[in-house]
Design a protein around this ligand. Structure first.
Ligand SMILES: NC(=O)c1ccc[n+]([C@@H]2O[C@H](COP(=O)([O-])OP(=O)(O)OC[C@H]3O[C@@H](n4cnc5c(N)ncnc54)[C@H](OP(=O)(O)O)[C@@H]3O)[C@@H](O)[C@H]2O)c1
Length: 182
């Protein structure tokens, strides 16, 4: 069965391409002053997606925030080690383990067609199976010098077309690309 895929990455990176600081910290994400609390397009993006597919490490970061599941959509947490949700999360997330293709099939079977793919290793695995359709990357003007990288090795080149860019808060550059398939 052929699926109409729409798997979207929506993430912020440092100028040097990291998605977390060397200690795993994310404070740098709010290093640009945002006095009005602008959500920088996040809620609009949420309207485009049906579920978030998130790696276990990113899920643990979300749990660590201590404010519960703050997404308006359900989560599919990928892990080979974590089998049950912490208190307060069971109604929002399910766990899955398998290849990206299998994960997409599991999501589509539940009617989740447009997926938000999150987490460095998770994104890299999806890219390795050419299962990412859009990249929306916000570049924060900071050099972290280390941490978790957004991109890694690929088995093949993947070409994208540039769709547009937004400058937010005068400092953050959001770049939007769509996978170009021949
Ligand atoms: N800058 C941003 O906007 C942003 C966004 C998201 C995350 N982050 C941060 O970036 C870091 C991401 O960490 P990370 O690169 O290690 O990635 P991750 O993708 O969040 O987590 C990796 C883990 O996910 C599980 N996993 C991934 N794909 C799987 C699959 N197909 N099947 C089963 N399990 C799978 C594995 O867990 P097991 O080991 O349990 O098998 C793997 O170790 C975190 O510090 C996070 O807070 C930043």
């Amino acid at each position: 069965m052929e699926y109409c895929l729409s798997n979207i990455v929506y993430i912020a990176t440092s100028l040097d391409g990291y998605i977390s600081a060397p200690d795993g910290g994310l404070d740098w994400l709010s290093s640009v002053p945002n006095p009005t609390g602008d959500d920088l397009g996040f809620s609009k993006f949420m309207e485009r997606v049906d579920a978030i597919v998130m790696g276990r490490v990113t899920f643990e970061t979300v749990v660590g925030f201590g404010s519960g599941w703050h997404y308006p959509i359900p989560g599919i947490v990928l892990s080979s080690t974590m089998k049950s949700a912490p208190v307060g999360f069971a109604d929002h997330v399910q766990f899955a383990n398998g290849s990206p293709k299998e994960i997409v099939r599991i999501a589509h079977e539940q009617g989740f067609e447009n997926l938000y793919i999150d987490g460095g290793k998770t994104i890299q695995r999806f890219l390795n199976e050419d299962l990412i359709d859009e990249l929306i990357i916000t570049v924060v003007p900071i050099l972290l010098g280390g941490g978790d990288r957004l991109f890694g090795k690929l088995g093949q080149e993947l070409t994208f077309e540039f769709l547009g860019t937004d400058v937010m808060l005068g400092q953050l550059v959001k770049k939007h690309y769509r996978r170009k398939r021949s």
